[in-house]
Design a protein around this ligand. Structure first.
Ligand SMILES: *[C@@H]1O[C@H](CO)[C@@H](O)[C@H](O)[C@H]1NC(C)=O
Length: 439
Protein backbone atom coordinates (compact mmCIF):
# COMPACT_ATOMS: atom_id res chain seq x y z
CA UNK A 1 0.00 0.00 0.00
CA UNK A 2 1.51 3.26 -1.07
CA UNK A 3 0.40 6.38 0.71
CA UNK A 4 0.22 9.73 -0.96
CA UNK A 5 -0.99 12.43 1.34
CA UNK A 6 -0.71 16.11 0.69
CA UNK A 7 -1.66 18.74 3.17
CA UNK A 8 -2.17 22.31 2.41
CA UNK A 9 -5.20 24.45 2.81
CA UNK A 10 -6.54 25.51 -0.53
CA UNK A 11 -6.45 29.27 -0.64
CA UNK A 12 -8.39 30.38 -3.65
CA UNK A 13 -7.49 34.02 -3.27
CA UNK A 14 -3.86 33.23 -3.92
CA UNK A 15 -4.53 31.81 -7.33
CA UNK A 16 -3.04 34.23 -9.76
CA UNK A 17 -5.20 33.73 -12.81
CA UNK A 18 -7.23 31.51 -15.04
CA UNK A 19 -4.40 29.16 -15.95
CA UNK A 20 -4.13 28.16 -12.31
CA UNK A 21 -7.40 26.27 -12.71
CA UNK A 22 -6.62 23.03 -14.53
CA UNK A 23 -9.08 20.15 -14.68
CA UNK A 24 -10.07 17.58 -17.25
CA UNK A 25 -12.03 14.40 -17.79
CA UNK A 26 -11.60 12.36 -20.91
CA UNK A 27 -13.60 9.29 -21.82
CA UNK A 28 -13.66 6.42 -24.26
CA UNK A 29 -16.76 6.32 -26.49
CA UNK A 30 -15.78 3.34 -28.64
CA UNK A 31 -14.29 -0.01 -27.75
CA UNK A 32 -10.51 0.07 -27.83
CA UNK A 33 -8.22 -2.83 -28.40
CA UNK A 34 -4.71 -1.98 -27.27
CA UNK A 35 -1.83 -4.07 -28.32
CA UNK A 36 1.27 -4.24 -26.24
CA UNK A 37 2.35 -0.91 -24.81
CA UNK A 38 -0.19 1.29 -26.61
CA UNK A 39 -1.15 4.59 -25.00
CA UNK A 40 -4.87 4.91 -24.26
CA UNK A 41 -6.26 7.58 -26.57
CA UNK A 42 -9.44 8.82 -24.98
CA UNK A 43 -11.71 10.10 -27.71
CA UNK A 44 -14.17 12.30 -25.85
CA UNK A 45 -13.44 15.49 -23.92
CA UNK A 46 -16.01 15.51 -21.14
CA UNK A 47 -14.38 18.51 -19.48
CA UNK A 48 -11.30 20.44 -20.38
CA UNK A 49 -10.29 23.53 -18.46
CA UNK A 50 -6.79 24.65 -19.38
CA UNK A 51 -5.55 21.07 -19.82
CA UNK A 52 -3.03 20.57 -22.64
CA UNK A 53 -2.51 17.22 -24.35
CA UNK A 54 0.24 16.16 -26.73
CA UNK A 55 -0.69 14.80 -30.15
CA UNK A 56 -0.15 11.26 -28.86
CA UNK A 57 -2.64 11.76 -26.02
CA UNK A 58 -0.47 12.62 -23.03
CA UNK A 59 -1.49 15.27 -20.51
CA UNK A 60 1.29 17.84 -20.47
CA UNK A 61 1.78 19.92 -17.34
CA UNK A 62 1.82 23.68 -17.93
CA UNK A 63 1.31 24.78 -14.33
CA UNK A 64 3.64 23.17 -11.80
CA UNK A 65 1.93 21.96 -8.67
CA UNK A 66 0.20 19.11 -6.88
CA UNK A 67 -2.19 17.18 -9.10
CA UNK A 68 -4.71 14.47 -8.44
CA UNK A 69 -5.53 11.90 -11.17
CA UNK A 70 -8.22 9.22 -11.39
CA UNK A 71 -8.27 6.59 -14.10
CA UNK A 72 -10.95 3.97 -14.52
CA UNK A 73 -11.77 1.32 -17.04
CA UNK A 74 -14.13 -1.54 -17.77
CA UNK A 75 -13.00 -4.58 -19.73
CA UNK A 76 -15.01 -6.01 -22.58
CA UNK A 77 -16.67 -9.30 -21.75
CA UNK A 78 -14.16 -12.02 -20.97
CA UNK A 79 -11.28 -9.65 -21.72
CA UNK A 80 -8.47 -8.15 -19.75
CA UNK A 81 -7.48 -4.66 -18.65
CA UNK A 82 -3.94 -4.19 -17.52
CA UNK A 83 -2.95 -0.55 -17.66
CA UNK A 84 -0.12 1.51 -16.28
CA UNK A 85 -0.13 5.11 -15.21
CA UNK A 86 3.11 6.82 -16.15
CA UNK A 87 4.86 10.10 -15.48
CA UNK A 88 7.18 10.80 -18.40
CA UNK A 89 8.63 7.31 -18.90
CA UNK A 90 8.52 6.45 -15.20
CA UNK A 91 6.20 3.81 -13.90
CA UNK A 92 3.81 5.10 -11.21
CA UNK A 93 0.86 2.73 -10.71
CA UNK A 94 -1.33 0.08 -12.32
CA UNK A 95 -4.86 -1.19 -12.66
CA UNK A 96 -5.95 -4.71 -13.50
CA UNK A 97 -9.33 -6.32 -14.20
CA UNK A 98 -10.53 -9.57 -15.65
CA UNK A 99 -13.58 -11.72 -14.99
CA UNK A 100 -14.36 -14.84 -17.00
CA UNK A 101 -17.51 -14.33 -19.13
CA UNK A 102 -18.19 -10.92 -17.64
CA UNK A 103 -17.11 -7.28 -17.67
CA UNK A 104 -14.62 -6.20 -15.04
CA UNK A 105 -13.89 -2.76 -13.60
CA UNK A 106 -10.68 -1.30 -12.20
CA UNK A 107 -9.32 2.09 -11.28
CA UNK A 108 -6.91 4.07 -9.21
CA UNK A 109 -6.20 7.55 -7.86
CA UNK A 110 -2.76 9.16 -7.69
CA UNK A 111 -1.74 12.40 -6.00
CA UNK A 112 1.57 13.76 -7.18
CA UNK A 113 3.75 16.84 -7.53
CA UNK A 114 4.59 17.75 -11.12
CA UNK A 115 6.83 20.20 -12.94
CA UNK A 116 6.08 22.12 -16.13
CA UNK A 117 6.69 19.84 -19.12
CA UNK A 118 5.98 16.59 -17.29
CA UNK A 119 3.67 14.28 -19.18
CA UNK A 120 1.12 11.93 -17.68
CA UNK A 121 -0.55 9.11 -19.55
CA UNK A 122 -2.13 5.69 -19.29
CA UNK A 123 -0.83 2.82 -21.40
CA UNK A 124 -1.21 -0.90 -21.81
CA UNK A 125 1.46 -3.06 -20.20
CA UNK A 126 4.08 -4.34 -22.61
CA UNK A 127 3.21 -8.02 -22.57
CA UNK A 128 -0.56 -8.18 -22.86
CA UNK A 129 -3.35 -6.92 -25.04
CA UNK A 130 -6.17 -4.89 -23.51
CA UNK A 131 -9.80 -4.75 -24.56
CA UNK A 132 -11.50 -1.69 -23.09
CA UNK A 133 -15.24 -1.12 -23.19
CA UNK A 134 -16.57 2.11 -24.64
CA UNK A 135 -19.72 3.45 -26.33
CA UNK A 136 -21.36 6.85 -26.67
CA UNK A 137 -23.76 6.37 -23.76
CA UNK A 138 -21.50 3.98 -21.88
CA UNK A 139 -18.34 5.72 -20.79
CA UNK A 140 -16.60 3.61 -18.17
CA UNK A 141 -13.06 4.25 -19.30
CA UNK A 142 -12.07 7.70 -18.15
CA UNK A 143 -9.05 9.77 -17.22
CA UNK A 144 -9.57 12.72 -14.87
CA UNK A 145 -7.00 15.13 -13.56
CA UNK A 146 -7.12 18.26 -11.47
CA UNK A 147 -4.58 20.74 -10.20
CA UNK A 148 -5.03 20.82 -6.43
CA UNK A 149 -2.40 23.44 -5.60
CA UNK A 150 -0.31 25.38 -8.03
CA UNK A 151 3.28 25.95 -7.07
CA UNK A 152 2.51 29.67 -7.24
CA UNK A 153 0.06 29.22 -4.37
CA UNK A 154 3.09 28.68 -2.16
CA UNK A 155 2.87 25.01 -1.34
CA UNK A 156 6.64 24.69 -1.40
CA UNK A 157 6.76 26.56 1.87
CA UNK A 158 4.31 24.17 3.44
CA UNK A 159 4.79 20.84 5.10
CA UNK A 160 3.97 18.94 1.95
CA UNK A 161 7.32 17.42 1.23
CA UNK A 162 7.62 16.30 4.79
CA UNK A 163 4.12 14.92 4.98
CA UNK A 164 4.61 12.91 1.82
CA UNK A 165 6.84 10.60 3.81
CA UNK A 166 5.12 7.63 5.36
CA UNK A 167 4.05 8.43 8.87
CA UNK A 168 4.51 4.88 9.98
CA UNK A 169 5.75 1.79 8.37
CA UNK A 170 3.33 -0.88 7.38
CA UNK A 171 4.43 -3.29 10.08
CA UNK A 172 4.11 -0.68 12.81
CA UNK A 173 0.60 0.07 11.65
CA UNK A 174 -0.49 -3.50 12.26
CA UNK A 175 -2.43 -3.35 15.49
CA UNK A 176 -3.74 -6.37 17.30
CA UNK A 177 -7.20 -5.85 15.87
CA UNK A 178 -6.02 -5.60 12.31
CA UNK A 179 -5.92 -8.64 10.14
CA UNK A 180 -2.87 -9.81 8.31
CA UNK A 181 -2.15 -8.20 5.00
CA UNK A 182 0.28 -9.89 2.75
CA UNK A 183 1.95 -7.76 0.11
CA UNK A 184 4.54 -9.92 -1.52
CA UNK A 185 7.87 -8.36 -2.37
CA UNK A 186 6.95 -4.83 -1.46
CA UNK A 187 9.44 -2.72 0.43
CA UNK A 188 7.85 -2.40 3.84
CA UNK A 189 9.38 1.01 4.38
CA UNK A 190 7.23 2.41 1.63
CA UNK A 191 4.05 1.08 3.11
CA UNK A 192 1.68 2.78 5.39
CA UNK A 193 -1.93 2.29 6.17
CA UNK A 194 -2.00 4.92 8.83
CA UNK A 195 -2.29 8.63 8.35
CA UNK A 196 -1.98 10.90 11.34
CA UNK A 197 -3.82 14.09 10.53
CA UNK A 198 -1.42 17.04 10.78
CA UNK A 199 -3.91 19.89 10.74
CA UNK A 200 -7.63 20.49 11.28
CA UNK A 201 -9.48 20.61 7.97
CA UNK A 202 -11.63 18.93 5.36
CA UNK A 203 -9.86 16.19 3.40
CA UNK A 204 -10.53 14.26 0.20
CA UNK A 205 -9.49 10.62 0.64
CA UNK A 206 -9.18 7.73 -1.81
CA UNK A 207 -8.13 4.12 -1.51
CA UNK A 208 -7.91 1.45 -4.16
CA UNK A 209 -6.70 -2.09 -3.98
CA UNK A 210 -6.33 -5.38 -5.83
CA UNK A 211 -6.72 -8.81 -4.22
CA UNK A 212 -4.21 -11.58 -4.76
CA UNK A 213 -5.34 -14.28 -7.20
CA UNK A 214 -8.60 -15.83 -5.96
CA UNK A 215 -8.20 -14.18 -2.55
CA UNK A 216 -10.38 -11.73 -0.72
CA UNK A 217 -9.79 -8.01 -0.42
CA UNK A 218 -12.04 -6.39 2.15
CA UNK A 219 -10.84 -3.02 3.33
CA UNK A 220 -12.41 -0.53 5.68
CA UNK A 221 -11.72 3.15 6.17
CA UNK A 222 -11.75 4.30 9.78
CA UNK A 223 -11.37 7.75 11.27
CA UNK A 224 -10.15 6.96 14.79
CA UNK A 225 -12.74 4.39 15.90
CA UNK A 226 -15.45 5.63 13.56
CA UNK A 227 -16.26 3.39 10.61
CA UNK A 228 -16.52 5.35 7.34
CA UNK A 229 -16.78 3.01 4.35
CA UNK A 230 -15.47 -0.15 2.65
CA UNK A 231 -14.15 -1.71 -0.51
CA UNK A 232 -14.59 -5.36 -1.39
CA UNK A 233 -13.26 -7.61 -4.10
CA UNK A 234 -13.05 -11.33 -4.55
CA UNK A 235 -13.42 -13.49 -7.63
CA UNK A 236 -12.53 -17.10 -8.28
CA UNK A 237 -9.43 -17.63 -10.41
CA UNK A 238 -8.69 -13.94 -10.83
CA UNK A 239 -7.60 -10.75 -9.13
CA UNK A 240 -10.30 -8.35 -7.96
CA UNK A 241 -10.15 -4.56 -7.84
CA UNK A 242 -12.15 -2.18 -5.64
CA UNK A 243 -11.83 1.20 -4.03
CA UNK A 244 -13.70 3.95 -2.33
CA UNK A 245 -13.51 7.67 -1.56
CA UNK A 246 -14.51 9.94 1.29
CA UNK A 247 -14.59 13.61 2.19
CA UNK A 248 -14.16 14.05 5.92
CA UNK A 249 -13.62 16.76 8.48
CA UNK A 250 -10.66 15.74 10.56
CA UNK A 251 -8.74 17.20 13.46
CA UNK A 252 -5.04 17.40 14.11
CA UNK A 253 -3.94 14.12 15.68
CA UNK A 254 -6.84 12.07 14.30
CA UNK A 255 -5.85 8.71 12.92
CA UNK A 256 -7.15 7.76 9.51
CA UNK A 257 -6.68 4.10 8.70
CA UNK A 258 -7.40 1.63 5.95
CA UNK A 259 -7.61 -1.74 7.63
CA UNK A 260 -8.73 -5.26 6.84
CA UNK A 261 -12.17 -6.43 7.89
CA UNK A 262 -11.87 -8.24 11.22
CA UNK A 263 -11.92 -12.00 10.98
CA UNK A 264 -11.23 -12.11 7.26
CA UNK A 265 -8.12 -13.42 5.57
CA UNK A 266 -7.21 -10.58 3.28
CA UNK A 267 -4.41 -10.78 0.80
CA UNK A 268 -3.54 -7.80 -1.35
CA UNK A 269 -1.39 -7.93 -4.43
CA UNK A 270 1.67 -5.76 -4.89
CA UNK A 271 5.08 -5.70 -6.57
CA UNK A 272 7.55 -2.83 -6.91
CA UNK A 273 6.54 -2.45 -10.56
CA UNK A 274 2.89 -3.36 -10.02
CA UNK A 275 1.33 -0.97 -7.56
CA UNK A 276 -2.43 -1.32 -7.31
CA UNK A 277 -2.94 -0.59 -3.63
CA UNK A 278 -2.86 3.13 -3.01
CA UNK A 279 -4.17 5.24 -0.15
CA UNK A 280 -4.16 8.92 -0.96
CA UNK A 281 -5.53 12.16 0.34
CA UNK A 282 -5.49 15.89 -0.05
CA UNK A 283 -6.54 18.61 2.33
CA UNK A 284 -9.29 20.58 0.58
CA UNK A 285 -9.44 23.37 3.09
CA UNK A 286 -8.15 24.15 6.54
CA UNK A 287 -10.67 24.65 9.28
CA UNK A 288 -9.58 28.22 9.81
CA UNK A 289 -8.96 29.15 6.20
CA UNK A 290 -8.50 32.90 5.78
CA UNK A 291 -11.65 34.67 4.70
CA UNK A 292 -10.12 36.94 2.06
CA UNK A 293 -11.49 37.22 -1.47
CA UNK A 294 -14.92 36.46 -2.83
CA UNK A 295 -15.00 32.80 -1.94
CA UNK A 296 -11.75 32.17 -0.14
CA UNK A 297 -11.94 29.42 2.38
CA UNK A 298 -15.54 28.78 1.49
CA UNK A 299 -15.71 25.09 1.01
CA UNK A 300 -18.39 23.36 -0.98
CA UNK A 301 -18.07 19.64 -0.43
CA UNK A 302 -20.30 16.69 0.27
CA UNK A 303 -19.98 12.95 0.74
CA UNK A 304 -22.83 10.46 1.03
CA UNK A 305 -23.24 6.69 1.17
CA UNK A 306 -25.72 3.86 1.17
CA UNK A 307 -26.27 1.88 4.39
CA UNK A 308 -29.05 -0.29 2.96
CA UNK A 309 -29.88 -2.06 -0.26
CA UNK A 310 -31.47 -0.07 -3.05
CA UNK A 311 -33.11 -1.57 -6.14
CA UNK A 312 -34.45 0.27 -9.15
CA UNK A 313 -37.08 -2.18 -10.39
CA UNK A 314 -35.75 -1.90 -13.97
CA UNK A 315 -36.57 1.78 -14.36
CA UNK A 316 -34.21 4.73 -14.29
CA UNK A 317 -34.19 5.93 -10.70
CA UNK A 318 -31.97 8.35 -8.84
CA UNK A 319 -29.90 6.87 -6.05
CA UNK A 320 -31.02 8.38 -2.76
CA UNK A 321 -28.02 8.20 -0.51
CA UNK A 322 -29.29 7.65 3.02
CA UNK A 323 -26.14 8.58 4.94
CA UNK A 324 -24.51 11.99 4.61
CA UNK A 325 -20.96 12.26 5.92
CA UNK A 326 -20.30 15.86 4.95
CA UNK A 327 -22.29 18.65 3.32
CA UNK A 328 -20.38 21.91 3.52
CA UNK A 329 -22.27 24.64 1.75
CA UNK A 330 -25.57 22.72 1.98
CA UNK A 331 -25.63 21.75 -1.69
CA UNK A 332 -26.72 18.15 -1.32
CA UNK A 333 -30.39 17.15 -1.01
CA UNK A 334 -30.58 13.84 0.80
CA UNK A 335 -34.26 13.39 -0.05
CA UNK A 336 -33.70 13.08 -3.80
CA UNK A 337 -29.93 12.50 -3.99
CA UNK A 338 -29.32 15.64 -6.03
CA UNK A 339 -26.35 17.97 -5.62
CA UNK A 340 -27.17 21.55 -6.65
CA UNK A 341 -24.26 23.98 -7.00
CA UNK A 342 -24.68 27.21 -5.10
CA UNK A 343 -21.32 28.47 -6.35
CA UNK A 344 -20.30 28.39 -10.03
CA UNK A 345 -17.04 26.64 -10.60
CA UNK A 346 -15.10 23.50 -11.33
CA UNK A 347 -16.12 20.51 -9.22
CA UNK A 348 -14.74 17.01 -8.94
CA UNK A 349 -17.10 14.09 -8.29
CA UNK A 350 -16.34 10.49 -7.38
CA UNK A 351 -18.82 7.63 -7.13
CA UNK A 352 -18.53 3.98 -6.29
CA UNK A 353 -21.09 1.17 -6.42
CA UNK A 354 -21.33 -2.47 -5.52
CA UNK A 355 -24.14 -4.88 -6.36
CA UNK A 356 -25.89 -7.36 -4.10
CA UNK A 357 -24.74 -10.97 -4.29
CA UNK A 358 -24.80 -12.29 -7.88
CA UNK A 359 -26.57 -9.08 -8.97
CA UNK A 360 -25.74 -6.19 -11.22
CA UNK A 361 -24.92 -2.58 -10.46
CA UNK A 362 -25.11 -0.10 -13.34
CA UNK A 363 -24.92 3.56 -12.42
CA UNK A 364 -24.74 6.75 -14.47
CA UNK A 365 -23.55 10.20 -13.49
CA UNK A 366 -25.65 13.08 -14.79
CA UNK A 367 -25.00 16.81 -15.03
CA UNK A 368 -28.45 18.40 -15.30
CA UNK A 369 -29.95 16.17 -18.01
CA UNK A 370 -26.62 15.46 -19.65
CA UNK A 371 -25.08 12.02 -19.35
CA UNK A 372 -21.48 12.14 -18.07
CA UNK A 373 -20.21 8.61 -17.45
CA UNK A 374 -21.02 5.22 -15.91
CA UNK A 375 -19.89 2.42 -13.68
CA UNK A 376 -20.73 -1.25 -14.03
CA UNK A 377 -20.26 -4.33 -11.91
CA UNK A 378 -21.62 -7.84 -12.10
CA UNK A 379 -20.50 -11.12 -10.59
CA UNK A 380 -22.04 -14.46 -11.48
CA UNK A 381 -20.99 -15.77 -8.07
CA UNK A 382 -20.29 -13.05 -5.55
CA UNK A 383 -20.19 -9.28 -5.38
CA UNK A 384 -18.86 -6.87 -7.95
CA UNK A 385 -18.74 -3.14 -8.28
CA UNK A 386 -17.29 -0.24 -10.13
CA UNK A 387 -16.21 3.36 -9.77
CA UNK A 388 -15.85 6.53 -11.79
CA UNK A 389 -14.92 10.20 -11.48
CA UNK A 390 -15.52 13.42 -13.33
CA UNK A 391 -14.40 16.99 -13.20
CA UNK A 392 -17.31 19.21 -14.26
CA UNK A 393 -17.86 22.89 -14.74
CA UNK A 394 -21.10 23.80 -12.95
CA UNK A 395 -22.95 27.07 -13.27
CA UNK A 396 -24.86 28.16 -10.19
CA UNK A 397 -28.02 26.04 -9.95
CA UNK A 398 -26.66 23.14 -12.01
CA UNK A 399 -27.38 19.68 -10.63
CA UNK A 400 -25.34 16.49 -10.44
CA UNK A 401 -26.74 13.09 -9.42
CA UNK A 402 -26.33 9.35 -9.89
CA UNK A 403 -28.99 7.33 -11.71
CA UNK A 404 -29.58 3.60 -11.61
CA UNK A 405 -29.77 2.58 -15.28
CA UNK A 406 -33.07 1.24 -16.63
CA UNK A 407 -31.85 -2.27 -16.16
CA UNK A 408 -31.88 -4.43 -13.07
CA UNK A 409 -29.63 -2.64 -10.61
CA UNK A 410 -29.44 -3.97 -7.06
CA UNK A 411 -27.11 -1.91 -4.91
CA UNK A 412 -25.73 -3.35 -1.72
CA UNK A 413 -25.46 -1.48 1.58
CA UNK A 414 -25.42 -2.09 5.29
CA UNK A 415 -24.66 0.03 8.34
CA UNK A 416 -21.12 -1.36 8.58
CA UNK A 417 -20.70 -2.09 4.87
CA UNK A 418 -20.86 1.12 2.87
CA UNK A 419 -19.49 0.38 -0.60
CA UNK A 420 -21.75 2.71 -2.53
CA UNK A 421 -20.73 6.34 -2.14
CA UNK A 422 -21.06 9.66 -3.96
CA UNK A 423 -18.93 12.69 -3.17
CA UNK A 424 -17.86 15.95 -4.70
CA UNK A 425 -16.11 19.18 -3.95
CA UNK A 426 -15.49 22.59 -5.45
CA UNK A 427 -12.00 22.65 -6.92
CA UNK A 428 -12.14 26.34 -7.84
CA UNK A 429 -14.91 28.91 -7.97
CA UNK A 430 -15.17 30.24 -11.50
CA UNK A 431 -17.62 31.80 -13.85
CA UNK A 432 -17.28 30.23 -17.27
CA UNK A 433 -14.08 31.35 -18.88
CA UNK A 434 -12.79 33.34 -15.94
CA UNK A 435 -12.22 32.24 -12.39
CA UNK A 436 -13.85 34.12 -9.55
CA UNK A 437 -10.46 34.07 -7.91
CA UNK A 438 -7.65 36.55 -8.33
CA UNK A 439 -9.78 39.59 -9.09
C1 LIG B 1 -35.14 18.16 -1.69
O1 LIG B 1 -35.83 17.29 -2.55
C2 LIG B 1 -37.20 17.11 -2.23
C3 LIG B 1 -37.74 16.03 -3.16
O2 LIG B 1 -37.53 16.36 -4.50
C4 LIG B 1 -37.92 18.42 -2.34
O3 LIG B 1 -39.28 18.25 -1.99
C5 LIG B 1 -37.26 19.43 -1.42
O4 LIG B 1 -37.86 20.71 -1.59
C6 LIG B 1 -35.77 19.53 -1.71
N1 LIG B 1 -35.14 20.36 -0.70
C7 LIG B 1 -34.51 21.48 -1.01
C8 LIG B 1 -33.90 22.21 0.13
O5 LIG B 1 -34.41 21.89 -2.17
Amino acid sequence: MVVLFRILPRQFEENSGESDVVAFTKGLVAHAHLTQGDIVTYNKDITNINAVFTSDGKFQVQVPGIYSFHFYSLSRSDSEIWLEFRKNEDYVASIYAYTASDWADAGNTIVMELQAGDTIFVKAVEDYDNSLYGAAGEIYTTFTGELMFSEASGFQNSQIKHSAKPKKTFSEAMGTHEKTYSLPQVDLNNLCIHFVVPQDGTYMIHYNSLSELGMEMWLELYLNDQYINSAYGQAPHTWADAGNSAILDMKSGDRLRVRGRKGENIVLYGQPDEIYCIFSGVMLTAKNAPAAGANAGQIQAFAAGLTKNQNNGVTTTKVTWDKVFTDHGDNFNQTNGVFTAKVSGVYVFNYHGMGQQDEEVWLELYHNYIYVNSLYGHATHGWAGGSNSAALYLAQGDTVYVDMKDHSTKMFGDADQIYCTFSGYLLAPMVKGSPVVGR
